[in-house]
Write a protein that binds this ligand. Structure first.
Ligand SMILES: Nc1nc2c(c(=O)[nH]1)N(C=O)[C@@H](CNc1ccc(C(=O)N[C@@H](CCC(=O)O)C(=O)O)cc1)CN2
Ligand SMILES: Nc1ncnc2c1ncn2[C@@H]1O[C@H](COP(=O)(O)OP(=O)(O)OP(=O)(O)O)[C@@H](O)[C@H]1O
Length: 185
């Protein structure tokens, strides 16, 4: 119950950042991302495609697709295992059952990949030790336990909190990047 309450609070904080501010911050986060060594050195980058008030990554794809191999989440309804698949063009994206842009199932299956260098991770909140809280599906915790790569949490400064509750299976991100913070854990 406590976690659910926290999730709602964190979501509210993010939702309340005005859209124009979120857009501006998201642009700043992308330009900071491009200056990180982990980005420069990465050949294959896993990137979530934003939904709702998340850091707006959809516009990052224009640049990323030119510079890197881009992998995006591939999920199936009723299955909490998240896979990753290669995206070649933004035109391939279609809305899934949550309204999140993903590859259609057949393409996702055909383009499945298992290794990547940098995992760009969303969250509702990140703490000062790199632990994160997501929507509660356990998608990223499972994904981290079966995929190597540098785990970079991205969020707005408002999403950096003192401490989020931890469970035994939680794996922290290696670094957190916002428009004003770059914390390495
Ligand atoms: N961009 C993105 N993709 C992702 C995740 C994520 O957190 N962000 N996920 C990481 O786990 C998985 C999907 N998990 C989800 C968990 C909950 C809801 C959900 O409750 N959606 C609400 C609206 C949320 C909002 O507006 O912020 C709904 O459907 O009403 C959606 C997806 C895989 N893909
Ligand atoms: N590595 C794992 N293996 C099996 N089950 C797991 C694993 N990680 C998490 N889970 C399950 O997923 C559920 C949700 O986990 P948690 O509350 O940490 O989600 P979250 O990190 O907020 O969500 P998400 O990762 O989707 O953003 C847990 O109750 C747990 O049962």
């Amino acid at each position: 119950m406590k976690k659910k309450c926290l999730r709602n609070n964190y979501k509210k904080i993010r939702d309340e950042i005005p859209e124009s501010t979120r857009k501006e911050k998201s642009r700043a986060i992308f330009s900071r991302l491009k200056s990180l060594d982990e980005y420069k050195e990465a050949k294959r980058i896993f990137l979530f495609v934003s939904m709702g008030s998340e850091v707006e990554t959809i516009h990052w794809l224009d640049d990323l697709l030119k510079e890197k191999e881009v992998l995006i989440p591939a999920t199936k309804k009723g299955d909490s295992e998240m896979k990753m698949a290669r995206l070649l063009s933004k035109d391939e994206l279609v809305e899934n059952y949550w309204g999140i842009l993903e590859l259609p199932e057949d393409l996702a299956q055909a383009r499945e990949e298992t290794v990547c260098d940098l995992i760009i991770t969303p969250g509702l909140a990140f703490d000062h030790s790199g632990y994160r809280m997501g929507y509660g599906g356990g998608f990223y915790d499972r994904f981290f336990s079966s995929h190597e790569g540098f785990r970079l949490g991205v969020g707005f400064h408002e999403q950096l909190v003192h401490e989020v509750p931890r469970n035994a299976y939680d794996l922290p991100v290696h670094a957190f990047l916002s428009e004003t913070d770059c914390l390495v854990f």
